[in-house]
Ligand binder design. Structure first.
Ligand code: 5GP
Length: 199
């Protein structure tokens, strides 16, 4: 039995802020379970179904909505994304921390979710790129998206960045190592919170 309940570490920030890398590394180091989202976006090169996302068509995604399987879901960059309840609740109950890469709309839904276990578990963080130029450079540098998609992501990123004040914590991205050090420090501190302890 764990001596505490799990933390739900909700991480937002524009594409190119480095948030996915942070979340993935935490899971790779076995510090937390990475909540694998469902999406109707087609896989990018190298992405694996059931690892990066559960890739669904729109009909299957809608069926999941109707079945009440999602903790939250939202439309981002003209595709649908959603977090499965099964990726979160059982883990928290077992005292396993869960990390979620989620857009600002999804974060807002989770913040207003009536589930008391979610509310007790929630820690929200916004990751900002250091500057607009650096964000553009990172989006172009990934080389995974076409120009029109990059332009759309840039536009959405600037809008998304206006929401940072809705979060409890913020990291302004510097180097990967520096960002991860702060990210891990946040988790380590949250694990000490007395309200999470069960014995
Ligand atoms: P990408 O297509 O680049 O993997 O993700 C695009 C955006 O969707 C990112 O901002 C990411 O945080 C967000 N996202 C990924 N999974 C989910 C999810 O389950 N729910 C919501 N609301 N957003 C998500």
């Amino acid at each position: 039995m764990s001596a505490r309940t799990g933390i739900l570490l909700l991480v937002s920030g524009p594409s190119g802020s480095g948030k996915t890398t942070l979340c993935r590394r935490l899971a790779d180091e076995k510090e937390a379970h990475y909540s694998i989202s469902c999406t109707t976006r087609p896989p990018r090169e190298g992405e694996v179904h059931g690892v990066d996302y559960h890739f669904l068509d729109r009909k299957d995604f809608q069926q999941r909505i109707d079945a009440g399987d999602f903790l939250e879901h939202a439309e981002v960059h003209q595709n649908h994304y959603g977090t499965l309840r099964s990726e979160v609740l059982d883990f928290l109950a077992k005292g396993i921390d869960v990390v979620m890469d989620i857009d600002v709309q999804g974060a807002e839904q989770v913040r207003h979710c009536s589930n008391v276990d979610i509310q007790a578990a929630l820690v929200d963080l916004f990751v900002m790129p250091p500057s607009e130029q650096e964000l553009k450079a990172r989006l172009v540098g990934r080389g995974t998206d076409q120009d029109n998609i990059i332009a759309l992501r840039m536009e959405n990123a600037l809008e998304e960045m206006t929401h940072w004040t809705e979060y409890t914590y913020r990291i302004v991205s510097a180097t990967r190592e520096e960002d991860y050090r702060k990210f891990k420090a946040l988790l380590v501190a949250e694990r000490l919170k007395i309200s999470r302890l069960t014995k």
